[in-house]
Design a protein around this ligand. Structure first.
Ligand code: ZN
Length: 237
């Protein structure tokens, strides 16, 4: 069984009734609920738990980590970020959602500012599938439409993705690379844009399908880990 850990900052839910109304279980609770139904073994972890809920034991037993953060990126300890990064390089999958674009872990793995344009106006977003053979799009129509979302616009300061899976159009006219995959070391990373905390985005079944597909895609493949360093010849020299 695939072990998923859903990490959430869980601060907006505590301080803003508009958010706890949309996500009474917290964003992590809603995500873990639909992932459990999809057959994954799911744990949650939040910022205010000891070690942010990401102890070495939890990390070592996580196949895919999901990350949602926004207002408290700076409170995530560098030592924990370092451990998460090492786990990704060793093969753990990482799915970074929405405002996680500015998280320490995403910036560390990308090496760029990860900055973007934004506007909170509850406008329409149309998320187009631009890579229809990609496993992350399994079961989806040509596009997903969200009636109300925050706008994220280009330029998005990321390295060119290994694969571009989704492109968003916003009512105000901007476009955005909404679904991007990366390989980092032995691990796989997927960034997925939608999910502003005051909108019911993670209750949308098509959005849930993308995250379910992404967990399957990011799950480490079963193989022996590559061996690095000084190496004896396989043939006689
Ligand atoms: Zn947002």
């Amino acid at each position: 069984m695939v072990n998923v850990t859903v990490w959430n900052e869980n601060r907006h839910e505590k301080s803003n009734p508009a958010v706890s109304e949309v996500y009474p279980l917290g964003i992590h609770g809603t995500i873990s609920e639909f992932l459990s139904k999809a057959g994954f073994a799911v744990k949650t972890a939040t910022l205010d738990e000891p070690e942010h809920g990401l102890t070495e034991e939890i990390l070592n037993n996580t196949d895919v980590l999901i990350w949602w953060g926004h207002m408290a990126h700076d409170e995530v300890r560098d030592s924990i970020v370092g451990k998460v990064k090492q786990r990704v390089l060793d093969g753990m999958g990482l799915i970074v959602l929405h405002s996680g674009h500015f998280s320490k872990i995403f910036k560390a793995l990308m090496g760029t500012s990860c900055d973007l344009k934004w506007r909170e106006a509850g406008e329409k977003e149309r998320i187009w599938v631009v890579n229809p053979s990609h496993p992350i799009t399994d079961g989806l129509p040509e596009y997903i439409e969200l009636a109300n979302e925050e706008m994220y616009g280009e330029h998005f300061d990321i390295p060119a993705p290994d694969e571009l899976v989704f492109v968003s159009w916003f009512q105000g006219g901007e476009v955005f690379r909404s679904g991007c995959t990366y390989r980092r070391g032995n691990g796989k990373v997927f960034y997925f844009r939608p999910g502003h905390e005051t909108y019911p985005t993670y209750h949308n079944e098509q959005i849930q399908q993308v995250i379910i597909n992404a967990v399957k895609w990011a799950t480490p493949v079963k193989r022996s880990r590559p061996v690095y360093g000084n190496s004896k010849p396989l043939e006689e020299l």
